[in-house]
Design a protein around this ligand. Sequence first.
Ligand code: AMP
Length: 519
Amino acid sequence: MLLHRFFHQVSDQPYQPAIIDRQRRISYRELEDQSSRVASYLHNYGVGHDCRVAILLNKSIEAVVTILGVLKTGAAYIPLDPGAPVRRIASQLKNCEPRALFVNSTSPVLLHGLPYDALTTVIVGEPVQTANEGLEARVWDEVLSVSPGRIPGHIKGADTAYLLYTSGSTGEPKGVVISHAAARAFVNWSADVFDLGPSDLVSSHAPFHFDLSIFDLFASLSAGAQVVLVPREMSVFPASLAAFIRDQQIRVWYSVPTILSRLACQEELTPGLLRSLRLVLFAGEVLPSKDYLSLSRSLPDTKFFNLYGPTETNVCTYYQVTGAHLDEPIPIGRACPYAKVFVLKADGQLAQPGEQGELLVAGDSLLSGYWKLPSETRRVKLSQPPPSIPSTSPVYRTGDLVRLSADGNLVFLNRLDSMVKRHGYRIELGEIEFCLNGDPEIQEAAVLAVREDERAFTIEAFVVFARAESGDTRTVESIVRRTLPDYMLPDRVHLLGSLPRTSRGKVDREKLRKMAGNR
Ligand code: AMP
């Protein structure tokens, strides 16, 4: 199971710091002890195999202890975004039906009332009055006072380890279910290939509801490394990021490229400033070559790796970045040893070097499926791969257009659908559209990503109000904010009397695109 190597580290080096959160730290032994108390507590409530536990906690030592505790019971953990609108959290909780919920005392869901009656709710922070009558809530200290008994039950590879929600175009929560075996394939490989060890301080920059956190937590803990939780404000005020990396002596950094691009712009970043940094890993988006060049000049002794993979496959290709890459994007590289990748052309044949097509992935790291969405699972996880693909196991259609280079490396080109990435966040434009169209004030709406140049785009919403006088741009903004996270807010709103249609009656998106260009 996913924690197998962690248990070895606990016996080999019990006093080594495991998690560092500003001035607080917790050793491997303490992490083991406290997470076993959480596991015992949950076990007393009947939490075990086939159960789910939702974690709505800010990034903290308590959140990590909870994650490990849940895994020890054999249940799956579901990290939710504590900063998401209450409506979104509510629909995710209803969707995943957790047996237990861990929540910060400051969470607005406690004031609004929990939409789902979990068997037990644990409040971390000051005890609070909740809106739910009869809610059986415990506080964190009570949980830690439970004796850390042995949890019976063997965890199998196919058991679910976690479920991560991503953006879905239908407006329904879309939970990606990942098994212990799938997570372990990536975790063990990455810990080995990047040679993680006790002397490594590894950044934990991504929120726990992002799949980048799987490396930060599990690869590090499996190798006896120290996980340094990066405070949220570091993303907001990147000027302090270089100082943070230097002061904390971070040796391994992993984040989305946006953060690295911001770091690359900092004047303080002089060669030698971040001497501790031996490895920079990035994933989730394309890192502009110019930012890589500027960073590599300031970090001459640091190795850079581009990791690629959707949440559904975890990282499945990787590339060590060397050289200039001025003519084309930094490649996403070749398959990790546990994955097989295929580039399928529009004619159904496999691409030859120099050709492009959709990237399909097979192997051990694939999702088990989407939670409660069997037809969506069947649509993208093909149990019978197309005839030209030499795989007997299921293949996942990434929806990413890639080119197979002559040297065998893959280069990411674009998406084949209307999903976009912004600052590492995955956004289905259809989800914004669904949210707008579901509001009674709005008659109809369409949402487009409009390219400004090769890298930059704006999200533009075209909205027809049911009563023209009833809405303006701010109304649209507040409708989106009620349901969707801030990063999904359209950059521009166009108020129209009606949406243009093609001769077949469909919304004429090309016309809308032109309208956006003519503004
Ligand atoms: P997510 O599920 O949030 O990780 O988003 C997955 C999508 O992000 C992929 O399908 C790609 O479109 C994009 N992506 C992930 N890693 C990379 C990368 N290294 N370079 C370019 N795009 C990436």
